[in-house]
Write a protein that binds this ligand. Structure first.
Ligand code: OGA
Ligand code: MN
Length: 317
């Protein structure tokens, strides 16, 4: 069995063994921290979805920096403004180990996200002006998911804001995941995330209980755009740590072909923070990224609360 105590902080309780009264008490604490607002009508959704398609196409052409794109079979992530190390990118697992990438390592927030998402949020008074400095696009295929986690509290301010596109989904709280086959326990709470809706999460809901996207709730392609504020003093990788991470991932990618087989090493350019942030072109374009994600999704270490994609299959026995 996975040692739950080792991978969950004491307050990230697993909620499948609570009595009805205890569940009710938890719900009373979670509710005030969740707000959903229908902000974008279908016409605006179509426009935003077209923009997402352009991001996807650009990523496929390998035109983004290395850590802007994180590909996995059932979900891709595109980081803008800021990005951080998580999952297999972490050398040491555990709480508060995530680090922002060095400044400039990630592509900037696209102007359409600022204009059509951040500005309307500011106008509605949902977030302060000029407060958001990071945007992530999560692109899920049917059956894709994000395992239970808390967005790192030393990196991201609250509220955490998400916009749902392409299809309706649900955000679940307090679920326990098990793998092979993937299964989830009954959520403590499941919040509908309708296309065009904004979900804001703060307080107990954001900090003291885990949230997830369950695979059964992603029945069609679904995209979430998560806009957040990274703390100005959040810990960052030094350029040496960044170089070491690149080298470690390159080594892994050159040794494994994603199916556990051996793949002959590919020639990689030398790294160094003076050159490195143009990792977009092959071998770090579409093909290189796919290799990296295949490596991470086939690895066998613990469920990390911040390794959010369910393509990873941790050992559970
Ligand atoms: C996340 C997250 C939820 C969603 O990326 O941290 O919780 O709606 N995403 O995709
Ligand atoms: Mn999250």
């Amino acid at each position: 069995m996975v040692d739950q105590e080792r991978i969950l902080t004491p307050n990230q309780k697993v909620h499948d063994n609570l009595s009805p009264e205890e569940r009710f008490e938890e719900l009373k604490k979670i509710h005030p921290g969740i707000q959903t607002v229908k902000l974008f009508d279908s016409e605006v959704c179509v426009k935003l979805e077209e923009k997402v398609e352009k991001v996807k196409a650009k990523a496929l052409k390998g035109l983004y920096k290395r850590f802007t794109v994180d590909k996995a079979p059932l979900r891709n992530k595109y980081f803008f403004g800021e990005g951080y190390t998580y999952g297999d990118q972490l050398e040491q697992k555990g709480e508060r180990k995530e680090r922002l990438f060095p400044e400039g390592a990630i592509d900037p927030i696209p102007s359409w996200v600022k204009k059509y998402i951040i500005k309307p949020l500011e106008k509605e008074g949902l977030v302060p002006e000029n407060w958001i400095n990071s945007a992530v696009i999560n692109d899920y295929l049917p059956g894709g998911c994000i395992v239970s986690h808390v967005d790192p509290i030393h990196i991201f301010d609250r509220p955490i804001v998400s916009i749902s596109l392409f299809s309706d989904c649900a955000l679940s709280f307090g679920c326990k995941f098990s793998f092979r086959p993937i299964r989830t326990s009954k959520p403590l709470l499941s919040v509908p995330l309708r296309r065009g809706c904004v979900c804001l999460m703060s307080g107990y809901a954001a900090n003291e209980v885990t949230h997830c996207i369950r695979p059964e709730d992603v029945t069609e392609r679904r995209v979430a755009i998560i806009v957040r504020r990274v703390f100005p003093d959040a810990p960052r990788l030094t350029s040496q740590q960044y170089d070491a991470l690149c080298e470690r991932l390159d080594r892994k990618a050159s040794q494994v072909d994603g199916r556990g087989g051996f793949k002959p090493p590919i020639q990689q350019p030398a790294r160094g923070l003076k050159r490195p942030l143009e990792y977009s072109k092959p071998p770090f374009g579409a093909i290189g990224q796919q290799q990296l994600s295949d490596v991470s999704s086939s690895s066998d270490d613990d469920v990390s609360e911040h390794r959010k994609d369910c393509n990873k299959k941790p050992k559970v026995s």
